[in-house]
Design a protein around this ligand. Structure first.
Ligand code: FAD
Length: 385
């Protein structure tokens, strides 16, 4: 397979590079110069920052991308996206990752928007898509519960109809970025007597600070505040905020998960981080610190590289299906664990951490991008060093 750009792709790549050169605010360029990778949390935190320069940088970058519909590169043009082909999306994400430029929009762009396009009413599309597209409104995802993770259909957060509203009680967990979000979408149980997949609805909450809705930080073992617990105590939301049919939200929720699993962002980021790592271990210092003279270390590194490439290629396959107007399903499910395997990258660093502490510490100091990767996939305890 020939992965090199054809002339149109090369021209598009040059256009993306130009937009990054012209539009990426100095704040992010400086972070890139220091070797730090910027990710959604960075942009989301910046747009809510008390520091006007950080807030301004986040707004300027959203605007620069929004001008071309590039906040939502994968959305159809008729909904205000860029309608980029799968290859163009890949190139776009790759160039952003290389420049350490943040993607903007968070879960609204990557998850909720495409789901509303498929399942939302015209009113919902009109009400919610513009705020996502302009990068002005960020959404958090309320799916998981303490007793409902892999077995998501076991969720117990209860929504009861009261006139034109639903009244919601219960708890969500692992709500990423809810501390920066403006709104929340959630799966809730609307019929406790129905078979478990049949009693669930997909609800939107217009204000994450609604009365009774409490977001509490959940600090990871790497001391990062990425996750939250979200509590609902008699929280009211309009009945018109249901997406799809009442009690059929499971299927709406699964469409969204197909988009979540298929995201190319992390695969592309992992690939760029892997390139950083490869460059570093090829230096005299890197080779010495990583003990590349030990065969098993070289084996670990090769394994990490292969897993990263597999994840990137599977994500590309999913993106190409989306580009063809198909909803990737089992393909997306395959891509997700592959990317978790590209957790192989932090796993590689983590494995070395348990075997060679000094190497890990040197990596942490010298490649902030890798340190960020480790923290992002914060289950990898050794990465804390
Ligand atoms: C980076 C990150 C961000 C996240 N952000 C969000 C978010 O914004 N919003 C949100 O709602 N959720 C979020 N999640 C939560 C995520 O969706 C859940 O972690 C996921 O659903 C798994 O649930 P759990 O963590 O409770 O694990 P569990 O379901 O408890 O599973 C733990 C382990 O047991 C295994 N296991 C479970 N059941 C079985 C079985 N029947 N047979 C064999 N093995 C089994 C699993 O494979 C896993 O290895 C996020 C997770 C991560 C890692």
């Amino acid at each position: 397979m020939d992965w090199s750009d054809n002339p149109e792709q090369a021209a598009f790549r040059a256009e993306v590079q130009q937009v990054i050169r012209d539009g990426l605010p100095e704040h992010y360029q400086e972070i890139a110069r220091q070797g730090g990778g910027m990710f959604e949390e960075g942009w989301q935190a910046d747009r809510k920052s008390d520091d006007p320069s950080r807030r301004g940088a986040a707004e300027d970058w959203s605007r620069a991308l929004a001008e071309r519909g590039w906040v939502a590169p994968h959305w159809p043009k008729e909904y205000g996206g860029a309608g980029l082909s799968s290859w163009e999306q890949y190139i776009y994400k790759e160039e952003l990752a290389k420049a350490a430029a943040p993607v903007v929009g968070g879960g609204g762009v990557s998850l909720l928007g495409p789901t509303l396009i498929v399942h939302g009413t015209d009113d919902q599309k009109e009400k919610y898509l513009p705020g996502i597209l302009s990068g002005e409104v960020a959404w958090a995802q309320g799916y998981s519960e303490p007793g409902a993770g892999s077995d998501l259909a076991g969720l117990q957060t209860r929504a009861m109809r009261d006139g034109d509203e639903f009244v919601v009680n219960g708890q969500k967990i692992w709500t990423s970025g809810a501390q920066f979000a403006d709104k929340l979408f959630a799966l809730v149980r609307t019929d406790p007597d129905a078979p478990k997949h049949r009693g669930i609805s997909f609800l939107l909450f217009d204000d994450i600070k609604s009365p009774g809705l409490t977001v509490r930080p959940l600090i990871s073992m790497s001391w990062k505040h990425i996750f939250n617990e979200t509590f609902f105590e008699d929280v009211r939301t309009s009945a018109s905020n249901i997406v799809g049919e009442e009690n059929r939200g499971w299927y709406v929720g699964m469409t969204l998960l197909d988009y979540e699993r298929s995201s190319v962002d992390s695969a592309v980021n992992d690939r760029v981080s892997m390139e950083h790592l490869m460059e570093y271990v090829k230096t005299e210092e890197g080779a010495e610190r990583s003990r590349l003279d030990i065969p098993s270390v070289r084996g670990d590194l090769a394994e990490a590289w292969i897993a990263t490439e597999v994840a990137a290629n599977l994500s590309l396959r999913v993106a190409s299906m989306q580009g063809a107007g198909l909803i990737p399903n089992y393909e997306a499910s395959m891509a997700a664990p592959a990317r978790a395997g590209a957790a192989s990258l932090p796993r590689f660093v983590g494995a070395l951490g348990s075997r060679r502490g000094p190497f890990l510490r040197s990596m942490s100091v010298r490649t902030p991008r890798l340190r960020h990767e480790c923290r992002r996939k914060s289950v990898f305890f050794p990465c804390r060093a």
